[in-house]
Design a protein around this ligand. Structure first.
Ligand code: GLP
Length: 243
């Protein structure tokens, strides 16, 4: 596990974007695993800047997103499909045909999750997976649970996640109660993993997830077992890790 400490969010975003840019330069037809949430927004802004400066070409890149709310369609501005187009896909030269987000409108959860898992396999896996970290240690929408769910599946969101994500909706009642998410096995099969963490409110979970016990009750803790993980955090988020 490599930990890169950045002085603030801007610096963190630059460092994370450099790592993603290096991946694209080394393998122009790479498969990126992408994440939503507020943490990676700055990273996407930096990638857009590199593209606009002529330093990065997304034309051969493919992407698979971690998760999507069940029931939200593409036009819904809270869907992760919408988020990805707003923050990255519509701002760079990635071919929209090569971008993938689980289809929240498919009511058949089993069929959708199976389709998505097979799609990722058909790409030959993910080269670099970007992750944020939930306050309860969730990655994607893998919530604390008695076991690690291996493959893409439908989850019931926890109260803590609904509470954390309600800031984007009119009220907590409007937050969907379920989501489709890559499983822990799906995430762990990525060749490289890049975690972005920012802010004092993440300090406790960062220490617990990356220096505590490996347990499905803290889903991100499994990343300790991955051979190629880089955590890029600002000083506040890394304040409680053992030195
Ligand atoms: C959501 C997403 C996660 C993300 C988490 C943290 O629940 N499904 O992928 O990591 O939020 O978000 P933030 O970066 O806004 O704290």
């Amino acid at each position: 596990m490599r930990i890169i400490e950045a002085k603030d969010y801007k610096e963190l975003s630059k460092q994370a974007a450099n790592i993603i840019a290096a991946q694209i330069v080394m393998k122009p037809d790479c498969v990126l695993g992408l994440a939503t949430g507020s943490s990676p927004i700055g990273t996407y802004d930096q990638l857009v800047e590199k593209y606009e400066n002529g330093d990065l070409d997304f034309s051969k890149v493919s992407s698979v997103n971690l998760d999507e709310y069940r029931g939200l369609d593409h036009e819904n501005d809270q869907s992760y499909y919408y988020f990805m187009h707003e923050h990255l896909f519509d701002r760079v030269n990635i071919d929209a045909e090569n971008t993938n987000v689980p289809d929240g409108t498919n009511p058949d959860a089993e069929a959708e999750c199976k389709r998505y898992e097979e799609l990722i396999r058909s790409y030959g896996g993910v080269d670099l997976q970007l992750l944020g970290l939930g306050h309860n240690g969730h990655i994607g929408f893998n919530e604390p649970a008695p076991i690690f769910e291996k493959e893409t599946h439908c989850v019931d969101l926890t109260e803590s996640t609904i509470e954390a994500n309600k800031r984007f909706f009119a009220s907590a009642d409007d937050v969907p109660k379920q989501a489709y998410t890559m499983g822990i096995g799906t995430i762990m099969r990525a060749k490289k993993i890049l975690v972005v963490v920012s802010g004092a409110d993440k300090a406790d979970i960062v220490a617990k997830a990356f220096f505590g016990d490996v347990t499905p009750e803290v889903p991100a803790s499994i990343l300790q077992m991955h051979p190629d993980v880089t955590i890029v955090g600002d000083a506040e988020a890394l304040a409680k890790i053992p030195r």
